[in-house]
Design a protein around this ligand. Structure first.
Ligand SMILES: Nc1ncnc2c1ncn2[C@@H]1O[C@H](COP(=O)(O)OP(=O)(O)OP(=O)(O)O)[C@@H](O)[C@H]1O
Ligand SMILES: [Mg+2]
Length: 405
């Protein structure tokens, strides 16, 4: 029987948090698009108060401390993954806490299934894979280098741009002085205006941490004001980009090498946002405007787009996946520019995988559209990793993946 180590970070229970739970947004890597599972995410009240404040009062963006554990997984996700893995072998739970290296060394599983997001710094997602490599234990998903590269949205875009993969022009701003250079037109970016808006965000966060409507920048003054608040709150450089005004998609990818496939594309319908909203899938859309009594029906999967555009998106996504060294699975965000050409927004080699379809987690959603159950998605990721590393696991899913677009 294959011994499968399962590495994860579990969100602390409400009682373990030192601050009032009502101050914290909830969520996994990719927040559910409904609030139906609020209790499971250790939060008793919506994050709307916090986020509403962040829109109304420029100084109060959601701080890094508020959403420190936002990318960790809840018990439902962890149990669901463990259940799925249980069909393929004996599952050894290896919570990625202080004792992880000792537990891994003592248990020496045949392979580790990794969904651990880590906690500190831009290398946080690389910690578990690096420890696995240190002990010579094969693991699922991307390697430490790719995980760190993709977490740093600026370095990712540099790599893509170097290889001619379309991504919006950008500049990094680590200080107020850097922001001033942008306001003076001394970078590759246009001076922000209504006609040439910019978009800014913390350079190595996810789950829309620090991404609200205020990050849509149409003046030098707004760039300085929002930029200063984000620099203070997140203690990391900002990525400033030209705003991509077109449609948005997120694309699941499964597999390796020439067998890697793009799952049915998830499209976002920004027409479902409140009137006048900036057309982005940011903090408000993920955490405020989506309510059980009035769910935001923002996703369409497969996206209803012309065949030529679908092929173009798939091509740019697969190129990105291979170029950055993604393995086994990933979720890649794409937006169209004013001319309708797909551009890479960011790459998630540790994708969100909430099990409840009501949570609208995009990779499981795309897998379902391809005819794969949640369990099959998890099992596919493991079997891809096993095939790559020469580990034997029973073949539970011999069926060829038919992508229905
Ligand atoms: N250059 C851009 N032009 C237009 N919109 C953008 C741009 N960059 C980001 N956005 C918007 O902001 C959203 C969040 O950005 P991004 O995907 O980088 O953040 P994230 O927090 O890492 O997302 P996730 O929840 O997928 O981890 C995007 O889905 C998109 O709607
Ligand atoms: Mg994203």
């Amino acid at each position: 029987m294959t011994r499968i180590g399962f590495a994860y970070n579990q969100k602390p229970a409400a009682s373990q948090l030192s601050e009032p739970v009502s101050d914290r947004p909830r969520g996994d890597d990719e927040p559910p698009s409904t609030r139906r599972d609020l209790s499971s995410r250790n939060l008793s009240t919506p994050a709307s108060a916090l986020a509403a404040a962040s829109i109304a009062a420029p100084a109060s963006v959601a701080t890094a401390q508020d959403d420190r554990f936002a990318e960790w997984d809840g018990p439902e996700t962890i149990d669901a993954v463990a259940d799925a893995l249980g069909d393929l072998g004996t599952v050894i739970r290896l919570e990625a806490d202080d004792d992880f290296p000792a537990k891994l060394r003592a248990s020496r599983p045949d392979i580790v299934f990794n969904i651990a997001e880590g906690l500190n710094g831009v290398n946080r997602e690389a910690h578990v894979p690096a420890i696995c490599e240190f002990y010579g234990v094969p693991y699922s998903g991307s390697d430490p280098f790719t995980l760190t590269l993709c977490l740093h949205k600026g370095r990712t875009k540099e790599t893509l741009a170097f290889h001619g993969v379309p991504t919006a022009p950008f500049a990094l701003a680590a200080s107020l002085a850097d922001l001033r250079l942008i306001t003076r037109g001394e970078t590759r970016l246009p001076v922000p205006s209504e006609k040439s808006p910019l978009f800014i965000k913390p350079v190595h966060e996810g789950s829309s941490k620090g991404i609200t409507e205020r990050n849509y920048i149409t003046s030098p003054a707004a760039l300085m004001e929002t930029g200063e608040a984000l620099l203070d709150a997140y203690d990391q450089p900002l990525l400033a980009e030209t705003f991509l005004p077109g449609m948005e998609f997120t694309c699941g990818v499964l597999g390796n090498g020439k067998d890697a496939v793009v799952l049915p594309i998830v499209g976002m319908n920004f027409g479902t946002l409140p009137e006048g909203a900036v057309p982005i899938y940011g903090f408000e859309a993920k955490w405020i405007w989506d309510r059980p009594e009035n769910p935001l029906d923002i996703f369409q999967c497969p996206a209803d787009i012309p065949e030529a555009l679908r092929a173009e998106i798939e091509q740019v996504v697969l190129r990105t996946y291979h170029l950055l060294g993604c393995r086994d699975w990933s979720r890649i965000d794409v937006r169209l520019d004013a001319a309708g050409a797909p551009h890479i927004v960011e790459v998630n080699p540790l994708p969100g995988i909430l099990p409840d379809p009501a949570d609208n987690s995009c990779l499981p959603k795309a897998a379902r559209a391809a005819g794969l159950s949640y369990d099959e998605l998890i099992q596919r990721c493991l079997t891809h990793a096993a095939a790559r590393t020469g580990v034997r696991v029973p073949r539970r899913t011999p069926r060829r993946l038919e992508v229905v677009a």
